[in-house]
Design a protein around this ligand. Structure first.
Ligand SMILES: C[S@@+](CC[C@H](N)C(=O)[O-])C[C@H]1O[C@@H](n2cnc3c(N)ncnc32)[C@H](O)[C@@H]1O
Length: 283
């Protein structure tokens, strides 16, 4: 039986997808693409089409199939974060990242490939075991340290012990089911954690805080969040080729403080970036 269907998200966490599920995952992508009007839709994981990634030995949970940051977006987020960082601090940052809700590792992978050292945290044992396998397979075990722990507590401890961080990455879990409700804006209250507090804390420990939210997040809330944290915000909308419009525009929010703002920008800025499915910029 295929591991897809009406499995509650909590159980989907424990359904591990491997090479045996490569064809089923491909069929799932095609079905999703057809349903949302983009028959060419295909997910990439760790630089490979997801079916080939699974056949190569990478693993994911069923829930991660919906939760994981698309490879193209992850690549762009890591690239942009490092560009912003070099502007914020004249290139003096060492590129250490704390990935607070790291999942099976797509963001950790992209940061590490971009030259960062990553401490990745997830509170789900199956997810962490899978991620450790994935980082080893990608040859990144020496630069990505995975820990089974509470993300917010790990962030608080890093800040309290004055651990030097360049980037705090937040891809927070949602409350309840991980289904998009496109009939209304996504509100910060729909998250299972207090993201305002995490952004504030993150900026105490790092030069840059990066936040992933669904594309229908209310931008005025982000504006308020930046004002509350006393920082600048850049929102970058990412359009991935062959992704349905409803999930091809996942925005990333970059929060930072410095005299000059985000590389010369100040206040709330928006940027739009088109991407190939394997993460190259299209100008
Ligand atoms: C949206 S997913 C992150 C996906 C990840 N960015 C990726 O690309 O694979 C959120 C993750 O947060 C984890 N999580 C939920 N609550 C947590 C907590 N309190 N501390 C750490 N991890 C948590 C979940 O297990 C899930 O893997």
């Amino acid at each position: 039986m295929l591991p897809f269907g009406p499995i509650p998200d909590a159980l989907g966490r424990d359904v591990i997808l491997s090479g045996d599920h490569a064809d089923a995952v491909l069929a799932y992508c095609h079905a999703m693409g057809s349903k949302f009007g983009s028959p060419g839709y295909l997910r990439y994981l760790f630089g490979l089409p997801v079916n080939k990634a699974l056949l190569s030995g990478y693993l994911m949970t069923q829930r991660a199939l919906r939760e994981t940051t698309p490879h193209a977006c992850a690549e762009e987020i890591a690239r942009t974060a490092l560009e912003l960082l070099s502007c914020l601090d004249g290139g003096r940052e060492d590129g250490s990242v704390l990935d607070v809700f790291a999942g099976v590792g797509q963001m950790a992978y992209s940061y590490a490939k971009a030259g960062c050292r990553v401490q990745a945290v997830d509170n789900d044992r199956t997810t962490v075991d899978i991620a450790v396998n994935n980082m080893a397979l990608a040859g990144l075990a020496s630069v990505v340290e995975y820990r089974l722990a509470d993300g917010p507590a790990t962030l608080a401890s890093a800040v309290n012990t004055d651990r030097r961080l360049s980037i705090v990455h937040l891809d927070p879990p949602w409350r309840g089911s991980y289904q998009y409700d496109l009939t209304r804006p996504f509100m910060l209250e729909d998250l299972a954690v207090n993201v305002q507090e995490l952004v504030r804390l993150g900026l105490e420990g790092a030069r840059l805080v990066v936040l992933n939210l669904p594309h229908n997040a209310l931008s005025s809330q982000i504006d308020d969040l930046a004002a509350l944290a006393g920082c600048n915000a850049l929102v970058q909308y990412q359009y991935v080729a062959d992704f349905p419009a409803s999930f091809g525009q996942a925005p990333a929010y970059f929060f930072g403080r410095s005299g000059g703002g985000h590389g010369g920008t100040t206040g709330y800025q928006e940027r739009h970036q088109r991407l190939t499915v394997d993460g190259q910029r299209v100008n």
